[in-house]
Design a protein around this ligand. Structure first.
Ligand SMILES: Nc1ncnc2c1ncn2[C@@H]1O[C@H](COP(=O)(O)OS(=O)(=O)O)[C@@H](OP(=O)(O)O)[C@H]1O
Length: 468
């Protein structure tokens, strides 16, 4: 070729030089164009929340449920569940049956007029109801559509009593008088007066929240009737100790994407590091202990709570004291495992593993300190500090700094405490009439710890006011 060129058989040399120059310029232009294009039209970094993993394994052709009623029982991981409902609804602009304050009239039996914006039986379409209430089906049915999916959650009454004692120590007179839960367990009747306000936190709290008489004498017939009532009203009862398995059953029942049921444990008590061996203080350890990761042997075992040590005798006494709850818990724990049997253990294990991987991935992206929950005072953003109540510190989370907007919004939704989240939704749903302060300040003022989570003093609602 060179010889041909030199010999001039393929044209003059200047012509070939010009041609080469032209090609070189074109190539350089192309290269610059690629570089230029890359920097100018590169799609925004994809958020982890829009990755295919967010969907989880296919659920076939089912349609996601859009009408849900969650009975938010106390001290059962219900704030973590409510957070999922809040997120799901907010992302899809669904309408919440929100309370006028922070709870739906609790501890009085629920009345439809406690719902903000309620205008008569089914006059407005509400999608989600989930704030604390004392269940009262006929009134709930006035608010929620006929095809509503009802579900709730239960917890081992001993673990529940530990959590309740720590949280309501100053609220329930029976707890206030006792030095520790052990003392209370030794002789509950010494401390308990059924006539005193807020003592329902100290006895058969689940039974109370489901709307029944928590002071009734235990009999198998009564316990069976109560359990049957719950079965008729609720499609699914989750079990706090098996939270992750519960989430898989819930996702399948509601036909929801995986991310909708991935969560970080909210409202957790601070645990003393020495108490639970090597995993003490770690949210992973805590969630694992709560989920009974030890296998089915631990099914009915409560996790130990270090600062309130109980002897086995005291635990047994607490079961007797809360006999109605104990019956209810055993009955629904049994049903829960029957559901898992139907679902298939192998599939359950697979899906739980996926859920945990996903939670770890989201924790890595969203949370500071490797996802460990921290004391409220250490959370720099005061607007996401959890409300404090009782004997121990209630922990929250910090977000990683420097997240892009979309990721930050999604992460924030997962860790925003209940009271602040309710204010945000209230503000969105009632932009002009929201009496609440701007969401950023919500939860920081005038809160009264009682009735489950947080109450702001509200002169219109005696029942909720005088509980702190
Ligand atoms: N994912 C998960 N798995 C297991 N346990 C969990 C989970 N999320 C929260 N929790 C524990 O639930 C307790 C708080 O319950 P609630 O949110 O229902 O409390 S409240 O009634 O709304 O105040 C509180 O229990 P204690 O720490 O024993 O007090 C939380 O640690």
């Amino acid at each position: 070729m060179l010889r041909l060129l030199v010999c001039g058989r393929l044209g003059p040399v200047w012509m070939w030089k010009a041609l080469l120059l032209f090609v070189a310029i074109g190539f350089a232009g192309q290269l610059l164009g690629v570089i230029f294009n890359k920097s100018s039209v590169q799609p925004a970094a994809r958020s982890i929340f829009s990755s295919p993993d967010a969907q989880g394994p296919s659920l076939g052709s089912c349609q996601p449920h859009m009408h849900m009623m969650f009975l938010k029982t106390h001290k059962t991981a219900s704030s973590t569940v409510l957070n999922m409902l809040y997120r799901f609804g907010e992302e899809r602009d669904l309408r919440f049956a929100l309370p006028l304050g922070y709870q739906l009239g609790y501890p009085l039996p629920f009345n439809a007029h406690r719902v903000k914006g309620y205008r008569g039986p089914r006059a407005v379409e509400f999608n989600i109801m989930g704030n604390h209430m004392r269940f009262n089906k006929p009134e709930v049915e006035k608010v929620m559509p006929a095809d509503t999916f009802y579900f709730s959650i239960v917890r081992d009454p001993v673990a529940l009593a530990e959590s309740s004692f720590a949280y309501y120590k100053e609220v329930a007179p029976a707890f206030r008088k006792a030095k520790g839960l052990g003392d209370f367990a030794d002789d509950p009747r010494k401390y308990y007066d059924p006539r005193l306000r807020n003592n329902h936190y100290a006895r058969n709290l689940l039974w109370f929240d489901f709307g029944m008489d928590h002071n009734a004498n235990f009999s198998v017939a009564l316990a069976q009737r109560g359990t049957a009532m719950i079965r008729r009203a609720f499609k699914l009862i989750l079990v706090s100790e098996y939270f992750d398995q519960s989430m898989i059953l819930l996702r399948h029942a509601l036909c929801w994407p995986l991310d909708a049921v991935v969560s970080f444990s909210l409202n957790a008590r601070q645990q003393k590091p020495s108490s639970v061996g090597g995993i003490g203080g770690s949210w992973v350890g805590k969630a694992a202990a709560a989920a009974g990761v030890g296998g089915r042997v631990g099914r009915l075992q409560a996790k130990s709570v270090p600062n309130l040590p109980l002897t086995e005798d005291q635990r047994e006494k607490l079961r007797q004291w809360n006999a109605l709850d104990w019956y209810l818990y055993k009955a629904f724990n049994k049903t829960f495992w029957e559901e898992i049997e139907k679902f298939g253990h192998a599939q359950m294990e697979q899906e739980v593993a996926l859920l945990r991987t996903r939670r770890d991935d989201l924790a890595r992206v969203c949370l500071r300190d490797g996802g460990k929950p921290v004391e409220a005072q250490r959370i720099r953003d005061r607007n996401i500090r959890p409300f404090q109540s009782g004997l121990v510190k209630i922990l929250g989370y910090e977000l990683h700094p420097g997240l892009d907007n979309a990721t930050r919004t999604a992460c924030l939704r997962m860790i925003r405490p209940e009271i602040q989240y309710k204010d945000v939704l209230d503000f969105k749903q009632f932009p002009r009439v929201a009496a609440a302060p701007a969401p950023a300040q919500a939860g920081q003022q005038g809160g009264v710890a009682a009735g489950g989570s947080f109450l702001r003093a509200d002169s219109s609602r005696t029942a909720e006011r005088a509980m702190g």
